[in-house]
Design a protein around this ligand. Structure first.
Ligand code: THU
Length: 139
């Protein structure tokens, strides 16, 4: 993927940190999801007093996109950190990787982890979820 596109995704994901609702952990996460048609959907994490209903930034972005008819995705960018300070990569949790597995080709779908536009790495879903179980396993 082109550097300019990656940097744009990092900027959009970082911009989401202001909306992150985290009264319990203070750990703010932002995501920017790119569809194959070039459209971008953003997301933040949304916590809950009952804890388990908490939704990660990645799933917020996916569910926004899928609920608007999107089914084909190219890449997601994720940034996060305590109090919104980006010092290390915020890698997607197992549940979010599984949601990606539902809609994305693990060999093609890219996961961009960043601490800023000047520091990022790009992984495939297959790298982060080896031997993943997905829709094809039910055929
Ligand atoms: N979180 C995300 O939004 N994405 C991740 O990939 C990891 C964890 C959120 C959930 C919770 O609000 C906070 O980070 C601490 O776990």
């Amino acid at each position: 993927m082109e550097k300019e596109r990656i940097e744009k995704m990092i900027e959009l994901a970082t911009d989401q940190l202001q909306f992150s609702y985290t009264p319990y952990s203070g750990f703010k996460v932002g995501a920017a999801l790119l569809t194959k048609s070039g459209k971008m959907y953003t997301g933040c994490n949304i916590e809950n007093a009952a804890y388990t209903p908490t939704n990660c930034a990645e799933r917020t972005a996916f569910f926004k996109a899928v609920s608007e008819g999107e089914r084909e995705f190219e890449a997601i960018c994720v940034v996060g950190g305590k109090d919104g300070i980006l010092t290390e990569y915020a890698a997607p949790c197992g549940v979010c990787r599984q949601v990606m597995m539902e809609f994305c080709d693990p060999q093609q779908f890219l996961i961009i982890l960043a601490t800023g536009t000047d520091h990022y790495d790009v992984y495939t879903l297959k790298e982060l979820l080896p031997l993943g179980f997905g829709p094809a396993n039910l055929n």
